[in-house]
Design a protein around this ligand. Structure first.
Ligand code: DX5
Ligand code: ZN
Length: 218
């Protein structure tokens, strides 16, 4: 299966954001991945709703919004209004995860749950059929450019098995430290979506880097 490639704008040049959005528009990338950080759930602050609105004016591909924030339920409507295609909340930030997932779906967005590296995938067993997406963090969230945690490969396999057992079509997204060295193994383990930040934007030719990633399974 051809992977879904979702470049993370966290690694873009914020002073040339429109230029970098256009670059993704004309590439083979499938989604824009937008990392929202509140300085509470993660020790960093990225950007919020006004910047997402500005991105939406130029983005011609679906916006995959990753909320690394406390009380995400308070902001779902606002991100939906920005034009979100999918919204992922963190398992670790939601006491009432089932309710939040249904709120996302009621807005008409695809619903995702992200798991920190220390959170086992089996904790999603009772909700997996309700999810459109599971985002496995392969770094500790908060910063781009970190080293991939190799334990993620086993988590992908376990999650794939759980999804297949449930007869669900939930997508598995990998976020953090993805590059051409681990992409094929991730896809072979069962990943469907690769989020790529630094590896794309720090490369000499990001458009070419994206098309190479698209061709990885070939
Ligand atoms: C990390 C973010 C990631 C990050 C990925 O907290 O959720 O999306 O931007 O960037 P790289 O690919 O540089 O690890
Ligand atoms: Zn992310």
């Amino acid at each position: 299966m051809t992977p879904i490639i979702a470049p993370s704008l966290l690694a873009a040049d914020f002073a040339n954001l429109q230029r970098d959005i256009e670059l993704i528009n004309r590439s083979d990338a499938d989604w824009f991945h937008l990392d929202i950080m509140d300085g509470q759930f993660v020790p960093n602050i990225s950007f919020g709703i006004p910047v997402c609105q500005a991105i939406a004016k130029h983005a011609r591909k679906p916006m995959d919004i990753h909320l690394m924030i406390e009380t995400p339920e308070l902001y779902l409507q606002a991100f939906h209004a920005c034009g979100a295609y999918s919204i992922s909340v963190h398992y670790e930030a939601c006491t009432h995860l089932h309710k939040v997932v249904n709120q996302i779906k009621d807005l008409g967005c695809k619903a995702g749950v992200a798991l920190n590296p220390h959170t086992p995938v089996h904790l999603l067993a009772d909700i997996i059929s309700d999810l459109d997406l599971v985002c496995l963090m392969s770094v500790n969230p908060g910063f781009g450019g970190q080293k991939f945690i190799s334990r993620t490969f086993q988590k992908v396999e376990q999650l794939k098995e759980m999804i297949q057992r449930a007869g669900s079509s939930t997508l598995i997204e990998i976020d953090g430290g993805v590059n051409s060295n681990n992409a094929l193994s991730l896809l072979n383990a069962g990943a469907d979506v690769l989020v790529v930040g630094s590896f794309v934007f720090k490369s000499e030719d990001p458009v070419n880097t994206i098309s190479d990633l698209k061709k990885v399974p070939a």
